[in-house]
Design a protein around this ligand. Structure first.
Ligand code: SF4
Ligand code: SF4
Length: 428
């Protein structure tokens, strides 16, 4: 059962959720969504931030935004493109003082010129019909070299700081997911950030390199980044609280472990409460394309109490168990797409991960479950990934891997999946 199905069932059953009726007839929670105050700007920001969502029709988007606002969410994270347009259209139906707008300067092929950067900010301001962006995120700033080329050499940072001075940008920060040395190098170049957005969840906390899975790639643990930011008095914005959905759809063992400790709580709720337990986390941004998810996430951070030391230790032990399962840490961000040879990279990884989660990875031909698991794996693979989009068509060009923020060695993983699938097909 995926997260959405679980939540639907829980809500329908009325289980242990403490719900009451809202003005719009939907359900709300007793208690309110937690907030945090930005120490410099004084912004009172909801601990749950509405994350970037692509490919949702406008009426559904409006419904989510309305529900979020009505239940205390006031931080809306977006990025130029379809997401920004849909978010702007939804938010413009509400008073400007009810929400904070966060948008991004995305990483692009080739560095932006000063003029292109200026036009990008102008476009965002005009789209939201506003004279200020509350949080501007320099996206994927993962090395001092990238910072130098993208923002220092072209004078863009200097201009952005002037915009902050004039109030057109209220808070300026960047998002980071890279090695420790790169982070230290970035901080040595510039420290006057109003926030930094980092990948924070209970796997990345102490095991970022293991989660990235690429041999030799050393990513900074979230614990290190968090403590460095606290030391510099810079608020933290948490992204990927569910690690691309992986912490909402756990393999059976870890899922049962969490369920037996708190049967009424979703597995995702543990992940949100983990992030919220760190006091310098200003907000936790996550894309929530379904109303059930939004409701669950709001509930997880309402009447909020941080996890106890015991609960944190319990989650760390759970993290160690999860890492025993060889799941590929694809977050479906699509940065690797399109593959010039037509492969559905995130789709192949999603299928593989789901088979692990559902115990449909047949290993032992002597096992009584082998035939059924083999069939499930092969049938679902053919159904979900059309022939020429499958792993076997990867030529190993490596075009995709350089774009993957998770550091996944995509060609190697494609080869492994294809070898495995071929063995199943031949019934070896
Ligand atoms: S390495 Fe494989 S998956 Fe990646 S771009 Fe090349 S053909 Fe596509
Ligand atoms: S870039 Fe990496 S994480 Fe993103 S969809 Fe591709 S493989 Fe998955």
């Amino acid at each position: 059962m995926d997260r959405r199905d679980f939540l639907k069932t829980s809500l329908a059953a009325g289980s242990a959720l403490a719900l009451g009726a809202c003005a719009d007839g939907s359900r709300s929670h007793d208690g309110t969504l937690a907030t945090r105050v930005h120490p410099k700007s004084g912004d009172r920001v909801s601990l749950l931030g509405f994350g970037n969502i692509d490919e949702l029709d406008q009426p559904s988007f409006n419904q989510l935004v309305d529900y979020a606002l009505e239940h205390g969410v006031n931080y809306f994270d977006t990025r130029p493109g379809q997401s920004e347009e849909a978010t702007a259209a939804a938010l413009l139906r509400h008073p400007r003082e009810q929400y904070f707008i966060a948008t991004r300067f995305p990483r692009q092929d080739g560095n932006q010129s000063l003029k292109e950067g200026q036009e990008m900010l102008d476009r965002s301001l005009s789209l939201f019909r506003t004279d200020h962006i509350d949080y501007l995120v320099l996206e994927e700033l993962d090395s001092p070299e990238a910072f130098q080329a993208r923002f220092l050499d072209n004078g863009l940072l200097k201009w952005l700081l002037e915009q902050r001075e004039s109030g057109r940008i209220r808070n300026l920060g960047f998002s980071f997911h890279g090695p420790k040395e790169a982070f230290d190098g970035l901080m040595a170049l510039h420290e006057r950030w109003d926030f930094v957005q980092i990948q924070l969840n209970y796997l990345d906390w102490k095991h970022a390199s293991l989660v990235a899975s690429q041999p030799g790639l050393r990513l900074a643990d979230a614990e290190y980044l968090y403590e460095e930011l606290v030391r510099r008095d810079i608020p933290v914005i948490a992204m990927e609280p569910l690690l691309g959905g992986r912490l909402a759809q756990l393999p059976q063992g870890p899922a049962m472990r969490l369920k037996s400790r708190a049967p009424e709580r979703s597995t995702a709720s543990w992940a949100y409460r983990f992030c919220g337990s760190f006091p310098r986390v200003l907000t936790i941004v996550s894309g929530m394309p379904y109303l059930e998810q939004l409701q669950d996430d709001i509930q997880s951070l309402s009447d909020f109490r941080p996890l106890s030391e015991k609960e944190l230790a319990f989650l760390e032990e759970t993290a160690r168990q999860i890492l025993l399962f060889p799941i590929i840490p694809c977050t479906d961000c699509q940065y690797c797409m399109p593959c010039p040879y037509g492969l559905d990279i995130p789709g192949i990884f999603a299928h593989h991960n789901r088979c692990i989660n559902e115990d449909n990875i047949p290993q032992d031909a002597m096992s009584p479950e082998y035939r059924k698991a083999r069939r499930n794996y092969l049938v679902s693979y053919e159904r979900e990934i059309p022939g020429r989009r499958q792993a076997g068509y990867c030529i190993g060009c490596g075009e995709c891997a350089i774009h993957c923020p998770q550091g996944i060695n995509i060609p190697v993983q494609m080869r492994k999946i294809d070898n495995y699938t071929e063995k199943l097909r031949k019934n070896v």
